[in-house]
Design a protein around this ligand. Structure first.
Ligand SMILES: Cc1ncc(C[n+]2csc(CCOP(=O)(O)OP(=O)(O)O)c2C)c(N)n1
Ligand SMILES: [Mg+2]
Length: 432
């Protein structure tokens, strides 16, 4: 596949005359995507121009991912992008993500979960396209929209569901909840409620891999870190600071922007000076790539290049995946702000249906193959709910664990003793 596939969608620049004309009669006119025309322009030219102007000594270090992808040999004479096994794995992961999130919605409305819960429906191609290419040792750093990233990285559905139920069998023993998925075993290092908070953590993880490899001479320290975050987060200072450090030190990291066009109720094109986020890569001396984030095969091709580039020591890449969330910002959001026509447009580009169609058209799977996967996933999800429901709640004393400050600082009672030493505290009958 050539990188041109990664450019099939054209973001409609909000400052362009086409954008301003905003013909409401044409259902596509206000969309930031244009599917038929070519990409915004010769991206490699933009990259080299940007660099050539400011930083010519770095020019050689900037490799257009597009050029690397062009060299790729097709999988077979039929020019397929995936084998049957790969296709089934991608399908299964996306169906797992979708079914898990749908079940979360049900459980949330039944009062099984507390706090904010942000679902990932519609964005599955990004998680699957990137994370399924990682090794176990690679790191994933997420946001509050993190359940599906954790699942793609191999955290069992039982652990994620139990975490959402606040049970001790959850991946954070019920102390993290929806926005703080973490699994040391799977190298999922958060889940963060504050936007942008994960980006420096990811940069630090990538720095540690580089340090282990180059300073401590650990030859197997070739871990790659993926930092996943949204479009709104790209207006946050931490993003720029980390792009700078990652490029400066050539860190093994891929910055994956899930541009779903909205930050809660704020449209991306109203909130940012230049909505083409990928362009910010070259400004810092790294490739910037734009890809159709509703197409798992395109995401995967771009992801392969970016991950391999990081692993071989050539440094970071910024990938902007244009995607869409099919539900409100969180389960507490009635989702009344987004235009129904916009929602319908993206519903028609469902990444799961698109992969299904590709597999059928290329005879990579039968209806039966996919039905079997869907059935298996239904069982996994039902099992995760049953498991979470039956698991024990955390005891109150667990509140004092993993607190950095001395837990005794939790409070001194009127009798001058630490409250946590009062047995009534652990029983839950103390007045605090
Ligand atoms: C530092 C900080 N400021 C503000 C918020 C409130 N907030 C929660 S989600 C969000 C929007 C983020 O949008 P985006 O990065 O596009 O991610 P998406 O929800 O679309 O996946 C904001 C501003 C926050 N969580 N953290
Ligand atoms: Mg967003």
């Amino acid at each position: 596949m050539s990188f041109s596939a990664a450019k099939l969608v054209q973001p409609l620049h909000p400052n362009s005359s086409a954008s301003r004309s905003n013909d409401k009669l044409n259902p596509l006119s206000f969309h930031p995507f244009r599917t038929s025309s070519s990409f915004i322009g010769p991206t490699h030219k933009l990259r080299f121009n940007a660099l050539g102007r400011h930083n010519s000594h770095r020019r050689a270090s900037v490799v257009a991912v597009s050029d690397a992808v062009k060299q790729k040999k097709p999988k077979s004479s039929a020019n397929l992008l995936i084998t049957k096994e790969e296709g089934l794995e991608l399908y299964e992961d996306m169906v797992l993500g979708r079914a898990f999130e749908d079940m979360c919605a049900q459980m949330y409305y039944r009062g099984k979960m507390f706090g904010f819960v942000h679902l990932y429906n519609g964005q599955e191609a990004v998680s699957t396209g990137f994370i399924k290419l990682l090794k176990k040792e690679d790191y994933v750093v997420s946001t509050y929209r993190d359940h599906v990233h954790a699942l793609s990285k191999g955290v069992p559905a039982r652990s994620v569901m139990s975490e959402l139920f606040g049970k001790t069998t959850g991946c954070c023993r019920g102390q993290g909840g929806s926005m703080h998925m973490f699994s040391k075993e799977h190298n999922v290092i958060g889940g963060f409620a504050f936007i942008g908070e994960g980006i420096p953590i990811a940069t630090g993880a990538a720095f540690s891999s580089k340090y282990r490899r180059e300073v401590l001479k650990e030859a197997d320290a070739d871990n790659v870190t993926l930092a996943l975050f949204g479009d709104g987060t790209c207006n946050n200072g931490q993003f720029y600071e980390c792009l700078n450090m990652a490029a400066l030190w050539k860190l093994p990291i891929v910055f994956v922007v899930e541009n779903n066009l909205w930050a809660i109720g704020m449209s991306h094109i109203r909130a940012t000076s230049d909505p083409e986020i990928w362009k910010k890569g070259p400004a810092f001396g790294m490739p910037g790539v734009h890809v159709d984030g509703m197409d798992v095969l395109k995401v995967r091709e771009v992801a392969k290049e970016a991950i391999e580039r990081a692993r071989r020591g050539d440094g970071p890449t910024l990938v902007e995946c244009e995607t869409y969330r099919f539900r409100g910002h969180s389960l507490a959001d009635p989702d009344e702000l987004r235009d129904p026509a916009e929602k319908a447009h993206y519903a028609g580009r469902d990444p799961i249906s698109a992969l299904k169609q590709y597999m059928f058209e290329n005879k990579l799977a039968s209806e039966q193959d996919l039905k079997a996967i869907e059935k298996k996933i239904d069982e996994v999800i039902d099992d995760s709910v049953e498991f979470a429901d039956e698991s024990p709640l955390a005891s109150r004393s667990q509140l004092l664990e993993n607190v950095f400050a001395d837990p005794k600082g939790f409070g001194i009672g009127p009798d001058g003793k630490y409250r946590c030493e009062d047995p009534k505290f652990t029983e839950g009958t103390a007045h605090v």
